[in-house]
Structure formats: C-alpha cells, structure tokens
Design a protein around this ligand. Structure first.
Ligand SMILES: [Zn+2]
Ligand SMILES: [Zn+2]
Length: 165
C-alpha cells in the first residue's frame, strides 16, 4: 500500500518580514493573482517574491539583485512589471529616488514606512491601533466631505533614522 503524503515546504515561518500568516499563503496569493491575468508563477518570479518576503521592507531592484544575484537584471525588471500588473507587488514611489517594490498589503498586512531623508533607508512600521483608528475616522470625514469613495490610506513618516540622527 502506498501512502501519499502532502509535501510540506521546507521552511515555514510566520515571522518573516512581518507577515500576518505563513509564507506559503503569500505564495498561494501571488499564484492566484498571476493566474487571474493568465501568467504563471515561474521560478524567477518566486525568487523575487521570496526576496521581498524576507526583506520585510520595500526594496530597490539593486537591493533585490544583491540578495538574488542569480537573476539577470532584465528578468527582474520584466517579472516585477508582471507581478505589479497582477497586483501582487506594489511600486512604492518615494521622494525622487529609485522605485522600490513591496508585496501588496492584501498579501502581507497594513503598514506604514519610516523614510530617512539622509541615507534614503525605508523601513516598514506597524502603527499603534490608536493612530489607525484616528486616521480612519479622519479619512472618512474627508471622504464624506468630498464625495470620495475611500478604500485605504498610505502614510509615510519622513525624518532621520537612528544611524543618521
Ligand atoms: Zn538614515
Ligand atoms: Zn494605516
């Protein structure tokens, strides 16, 4: 008699990069989003997603290639564009520097960024519930006053990181 066992992923961590669930859920979510635009979850795309999961902060393409040197730059750019089109990855546009990429919040969790104006470092930060509540209430007021249909908010804190202070 043959027993077929389900293959478990070698590394399963819920702590990596501030995810709200296991890493396999992120990959499943990415795969679903790619499938919705008739794209496959190729090995190259998986490497990009893994780099973003483990960084836990928005990365420039240069930083991605530093941790995944096996990826040719042209492949990285092309696949990031596809992942962005599939809404699995979001391009983070911060003051006049290179674009950074992060996983969509629906695949990770809601967060904000600390942006250092000196060294350009960008760090993910989860805001206290009090701040989220206040921002949500204020945003709803603005939406009601302007007839805007609110979906979410983005809020980056700009300043000087500990190393640069
Ligand atoms: Zn800094
Ligand atoms: Zn927020």
């Amino acid at each position: 008699m043959t027993v077929i066992r389900r293959q478990e992923p070698a590394t399963e961590t819920s702590a990596a990069g501030g995810l709200s669930g296991p890493e396999s859920e992120v990959h499943a979510g990415v795969g679903k989003r790619l499938a919705s635009i008739r794209q496959r979850y190729t090995g190259g795309r998986r490497l990009l997603v893994e780099a973003l999961i483990h960084a836990g902060r928005p990365l420039t393409v240069t930083e991605i290639l530093d941790v995944r040197p096996a990826l040719p730059p042209s492949t990285a750019y092309r696949n990031l564009a596809v992942l962005e089109q599939a809404t699995a990855v979001r391009r983070v546009q911060l003051s006049g520097e290179f674009s950074r990429y992060e996983l969509s919040e629906e695949l990770t969790r809601h967060h904000h960024h600390l942006v250092c104006v000196d060294c350009g470092s960008v760090v993910d930060v989860t805001a206290p519930a009090r701040l989220e509540d206040d921002v949500t209430v204020a945003a709803k007021e603005v939406a009601a006053a302007t007839g805007f249909r609110l979906e979410s908010h983005r809020l980056d804190l700009i300043g000087h990181c500990q190393a640069c202070s």
